[in-house]
Design a protein around this ligand. Sequence first.
Ligand code: SF4
Length: 363
Amino acid sequence: SDIDFGAFRDAALARRLIDSIHAMAGDRQINLMEVCGTHTVSIGRYGFRSIMPAGVHLLSGPGCPVCVTSNRDIDHAIALSRLDGVVIATFGDMVRVPGSTTSLSRQKAAGRDVRIVYSPLDAVELAQANPHLQVIFMGVGFETTTPAIAATILDAHDRGIENFSVFCAHKTTPPALRAIASDPQTRIDGFILPGHVSTITGVETYRFLVDEFSTPGVVTGFEPVDVLEGIAMLVRMVAEGAPDIQNAYRRGVNQGGNAVARQLVQQVFEPVDATWRGLGAIPASGLRIRDEFAHLDASRRFDVDIEPTREAAGCRCGDVLRGVITPGGCPLFGRTCTPEKPVGPCMVSSEGSCAAYYRYREA
Ligand code: SF4
């Protein structure tokens, strides 16, 4: 292959891992799914798809939080933004994602108060600096981001901040993996499990993949050799027919995860059924703010009419997020849909598969 080994921190190790992946895979057909947007970007940046054996396919999963947010949730946030005296504060990518007929950034252009923040704490500060406004933080993200939201909600509760609330579109990873593993249209032979999420969840939470689906998983980091090592471990388990859940990221992830952070999340949130783009409704895959903190829950505090949901014509983000197609399989990819003029969220978000494939010319 024409891979530039100079790009790796440890070129000799990278070469050995690639050779062993080829040797172990032989001519087997093996579908591996990375379920973290940061892995998608890493795999794209280092061109790993092009150096895999012909039968080893690296598919991207539902790891981009902005991408899996349903149009219904985006429309709900947009409806909230139309209330007088309300500020919607959220992450930059979320602002640009189109809902059924508009986006938060278009609402902002039309005069609504939508602001980009980098953390929920910024939103609280915004609320304190503007006591005459109602600041609603739209939270998206997985296990890595929810502890900070939980801490913010507790803090706002304790300090009695009355003009702050959270519109919670947070999701949890294991139920989505169960949905994908159960999907007859997607045949995944192994999961590259998310490094950051696992720092919170720990490793054993993924054991059901082996017990229920005989599918292996490896938690891995984001350096090139981390990703290659994870792939090598998965290919070995597939080839040997010995599925297991393993941790290739011991420097970052404890077997047991972070119990303190999980406890914090549990104190503030309870599991609720949630709708994911592409995957549909998944039982207990979302987080709802507990009744005790209902006054900080924007969806209960403000009653709004949400427009009827419409999906962008031709956008196949949902199939991309399920691993049914790669972005190149979408007829709009690189034609009518580009990062400058994105049709769907998978092209908007920097962690979205379509954006990553486009950036690294992988389609
Ligand atoms: Fe949707 Fe664009 Fe990706 Fe096609 S290329 S699936 S239209 S985001």
